[in-house]
Design a protein around this ligand. Structure first.
Ligand SMILES: [Fe+2]
Length: 308
């Protein structure tokens, strides 16, 4: 393990405030030097610089609470997603401040909502209480993953788009897309023009089927000059989510998926949580997952943000 000091900031709200930003492998780590350090004292430029560089930043050693976590993340967000799903619980402070997926099972590497055109730019995590053992969050840099794929696999993803087909209940598509609330008059389909490559269909039960055609290769919103692997192609993220297919409806070749899976596994790092940690991930660049654990008290809150 090695540390490379990037820079430190002095002076905030009239008093001396010092913190360090270091690189630990591909992770940027912000740690305070002062006594009773406030997370809100970390300057916006520090976070934005680190997001453009590493795309993943851990804030460790600050005084944190759900309120300061929410306030800090809000400085970089134009809005947060609220996911009205059974496997996430909202915090009393704000409905969008939700637990990560409940349960103690492992989650394969994925991009949050990466199978839809409604992908949050930033994922903010706040560790209230780590698991007594295991339960690390897994992260893999899509830029490094792309660079590590063999030319044959790269060519495949450059030549083929992938198609995700999913159906979402009304409360979920309403909440994530921002079109009113459950039971409101159904919108004209023309206003549901979420973006190129997307086709939406409203079903008689008011659920929405979304066909989302996209490339698995793209650039990060925060590091546009760097090409990365940005597709949700690995199986078993959630048991109910169908795998993407090719434009003609055929499955992606097994060997290609296996190569992505094995290459990503070799590039995956673990975030070993400490209580009070805050982590932000560029969800247009980094895949995330988690290791299984056995501790019902593990509590990680998260915010899914559209960046401002
Ligand atoms: Fe996730």
């Amino acid at each position: 393990m090695w540390y490379l000091p990037l820079h430190a900031h002095i002076g905030f709200a009239g008093h001396v405030f010092l913190y360090d930003v270091r690189k630990n492998g591909s992770l940027a780590v912000v740690t305070p030097r002062s006594v009773r350090p406030r997370l809100l004292g970390v300057q916006d430029a520090t976070v934005k610089d680190a997001l453009g560089d590493t795309g993943i930043v851990l804030f460790r050693g600050f005084e944190t609470a759900p309120e300061s976590f929410h306030a800090f993340a809000s400085r970089f967000a134009s809005r947060f997603f609220f996911m009205p799903v059974a496997d996430r619980a909202s915090h009393p402070l704000a409905k969008e401040l939700q637990t990560v997926t409940t349960g103690q099972f492992a989650l394969n590497l994925h991009f949050e909502n990466g199978n839809t055109p409604m992908r949050p730019d930033l994922l903010w995590f706040y560790c209230v209480r780590p698991a007594i053992a295991d339960g690390e969050t897994l992260v893999c840099d899509g830029v490094a993953l792309w660079e590590a794929l063999r030319p044959e696999a790269q060519r495949f993803f450059l030549e083929h788009e992938i198609v995700h087909r999913n159906t979402f209940p009304e409360r979920l598509w309403r909440s994530v897309s921002g079109f009113g609330k459950e039971g409101d008059p159904l919108p004209e389909m023309t206003v549901l023009d979420i973006g190129p490559g997307t086709r939406c269909r409203l079903n008689p039960d008011r659920s929405m089927s979304i066909e989302y055609r996209t490339s698995a290769v793209g650039s990060s919103r925060f590091a546009r000059d760097r090409r990365g692997f940005v597709g949700n192609v690995l199986p078993d993220v959630y048991a109910d989510d169908p795998l993407p297919v090719l434009e003609d409806g055929s499955p992606l070749p097994e060997a290609v998926i296996r190569e992505v899976d094995e290459t990503a596994a070799g590039l995956t790092s673990r975030i070993t949580w400490k209580a009070g940690d805050v982590l932000v991930i560029d969800n247009t660049r980094w895949l995330h997952g988690r290791r299984a654990f056995e501790d019902p008290a593990r509590t990680i809150l998260m915010l899914c943000a559209v960046a401002n």
